[in-house]
Design a protein. Structure first.
Length: 208
């Protein structure tokens, strides 16, 4: 098993929509659906966005926009394949994310490693050509500082994973593709250093 993922390869046949499993039941949406389509600025220069836990979740909530849900979901899934934390062993990955929360990822060169399942994804400006879509993760491990919380690949903490409404930056830059694996506990250390978007002790993420 190689310890050096290569960023030039994106998707793996091992990482697919069938493995994007809903892990918990969330409350019905309380945010107006219009906020998915119209950017609504907040006082701290962030905007309202919504969280969906699966493609079916989005299409159920927004039946008239099933195609847009599909595109946003696929975009988030592709980003997750590139930017999610990657580990040399399943045990290291599950230590941070919980039992059965990690999947084998293989690239076209035959290299393989372990990465957490995408637990949800953020959507904003759904009808815009460059819609905002971002993968989210959570942990079920008692060893994790972000247990039951929404976390991004950069290690930013959006709070309790029951939230369906988030405030996100007006502009979003996709994290760099991860080109190395991390050790057990390494991702948790990154989360401890970052409490929310715009409040980071470092502008550089753990992967890169």
């Amino acid at each position: 098993m190689s310890s050096k993922p290569k960023s030039g390869h994106k998707r793996s046949t091992d990482l697919n929509t069938g493995q994007f499993r809903k892990q918990h039941t969330l409350k019905p949406l309380s945010l107006g659906i219009a906020s998915v389509f119209i950017a609504s600025a907040c006082s701290d220069n962030r905007q309202e966005a919504m969280v969906f836990t699966s493609l079916n979740d989005c299409q159920f909530q927004l039946p008239d926009y099933a195609a847009q849900c599909e595109m946003a979901y696929q975009k988030a899934l592709a980003e997750a394949a590139e930017t999610a934390p990657k580990y040399n062993s399943r045990s290291d990955c599950e230590y941070e994310f919980g039992s059965d929360q990690c999947v084998v990822y293989r690239n076209d060169s035959g290299n393989s490693w372990f990465m957490p399942l995408m637990a949800g994804y953020i959507i904003r400006d759904l009808l815009e050509p460059r819609r905002y879509s971002q993968p989210l993760y959570t942990s079920y491990s008692r060893y994790s500082p972000y247990r039951y919380r929404w976390i991004t690949a950069n290690g930013y903490d959006y709070g309790d994973f029951r939230k369906r409404e988030l405030r996100v930056p007006k502009t979003y830059t996709k994290p760099p593709a991860v080109n190395r694996t991390i050790n057990r506990g390494g991702f948790g250390s990154s989360v401890r250093a970052k409490s929310s978007w715009g409040k980071s002790s470092s502008s550089k993420g753990w992967g890169g």
